[in-house]
Design a protein around this ligand. Structure first.
Ligand SMILES: *Cc1c(COP(=O)(O)O)cnc(C)c1O
Length: 380
């Protein structure tokens, strides 16, 4: 038996659409027909004013940091329990990361710890919707408004997940999605930048197109294009967008499949939680999640190491993450932890993710469950 931790989602039409991009459309650079379809679909489905496809979520975050005018010396508040990209984008602009603790039950930033971390240098708050479960956005938005801060949502894991009926990534000033192969919907490498204020559009398009006004040129708004501002290259190829389009067309099918696996794990593992052997994820009332991941928490690091090893011996690949950013080499250089680290380190050492992907069968998930029972009932 071998059960992978992740397999890239593939629903069927991806290769046909890539062939179309290459052979029929003869347009494989950015902003081609498939890119446009994906953007239009996201605007309609998630009710976002703007949705620009990007080469990654990391790049969407970089764009957001630039558009939010983050400058050297500025401070940005974020959780330490997150993927490095959350911090990278702001550090590139010369900002300092101010890490605050998380809620142990969702692993999301603890909104009650944010206000105390604000200084004169603070420019933005970056909530990360861990596992596609929303942060407490009303509270975060209220703090941001009170202190005139920008909110940049790292919704890499939160595609097709909701907060009180609003799509994650559409609540703050900017929202960033990932379409990496480990995420719910994929294009290999890719992402999207959302924003609701039309004023950012021109600068965002210029930034994404190497500092030129090429996007305007393609719309026929100007007769030649030139270098007009700061820029980089954040526009993905239409071949990648073709792969994504096949996934977005089947978004509900993918979502339902993931949710069925998530619910299966949740039901089947409940007896272990009832006996205090594991802890299960918690979904707050206000959140509709997208089954981005299923994790459990075990007693401590030692138990986790043993369990991961035992699963591996049985061909089941389960993983842990993250090493808190504030304890990493770069995190110490570019950031600081504000307040006490009560949960970040402790909880990160207990958490592990079970196999979860579109093509995982419930029979395979049942094997994972069985292996967990074997481990816990033996060690009890
Ligand atoms: C995956 C992920 C990213 C990075 O996404 P890429 O598209 O690979 O750049 C950023 N933040 C979080 C929380 C993620 O899970």
């Amino acid at each position: 038996m071998r059960i992978d931790f992740n397999r890239p989602p593939f629903v069927g039409k991806e290769t046909e659409y890539i062939r179309q991009a290459v052979e029929s459309n003869r347009m494989i650079c950015g902003d081609g027909p498939f890119t446009k379809k994906c953007s239009a679909w996201m605007k309609e489905k998630f009710h976002t004013r703007e949705a620009l496809l990007t080469t990654s979520c990391t790049h969407a975050l970089e764009m957001a940091a630039y558009l939010a005018r983050i400058q050297p010396g500025d401070e940005v508040i974020m959780p330490s329990y997150t993927f490095v990209s959350t911090a990278d984008a702001f550090v590139l602009r010369g900002a300092t990361c101010v890490f605050v603790d998380i809620h142990p039950e969702t692993m999301n930033i603890d909104e009650t710890k944010i206000e105390d971390a604000i200084t004169e240098k603070t420019k933005a708050i970056v909530p990360v919707h861990y596992a596609g479960v929303s942060c407490a956005m009303d509270e975060i938005m209220a703090i941001a408004e009170k202190h005139h801060l920008k909110v940049i949502e790292d919704a890499a894991q939160g595609v097709n997940a909701w907060y009180k009926g609003r799509a994650l990534g559409t609540i703050g000033d900017f929202g960033c999605y990932s379409f990496h192969e480990t995420k719910n919907y994929s294009m290999g490498e890719g992402g999207a930048l959302f924003f609701q204020n039309e004023e950012y559009l021109e600068k965002a398009e210029i930034l994404r197109e190497k500092g030129t006004n090429r996007s305007k040129f393609f719309r026929g708004q100007i007769d030649k294009y030139t270098w007009v501002d700061y820029g980089s290259s954040y526009l993905p190829s239409d071949m990648n967008a073709a792969y994504l389009w096949a996934q977005l067309e089947e978004a509900e099918k993918i979502n339902q499949k993931r949710l069925s696996i998530w619910n299966f794990y949740h039901e089947e593992l409940k007896p272990l939680a009832d006996r205090g052997l594991i802890e299960q994820p918690f979904i707050p009332e206000y959140a509709s999640h997208n089954a981005h991941m299923y994790y459990i928490k075990v007693k401590n690091l030692e138990t986790r190491t043993k369990l991961l090893e035992e699963l591996k011996q049985q061909g089941i690949l389960s993983v842990f993450h993250y090493v808190p950013l504030h304890s990493s080499e770069a995190g110490r250089k570019f950031g600081r932890f504000h307040g006490e680290d009560i949960y970040t380190t402790r909880e990160s050492e207990r958490l592990m993710r079970l196999p979860m992907y579109y093509s995982l069968s419930l029979e395979e998930a049942a094997e994972v469950v069985k292996a967990l029972y074997r481990f816990f009932l033996k060690s009890e």
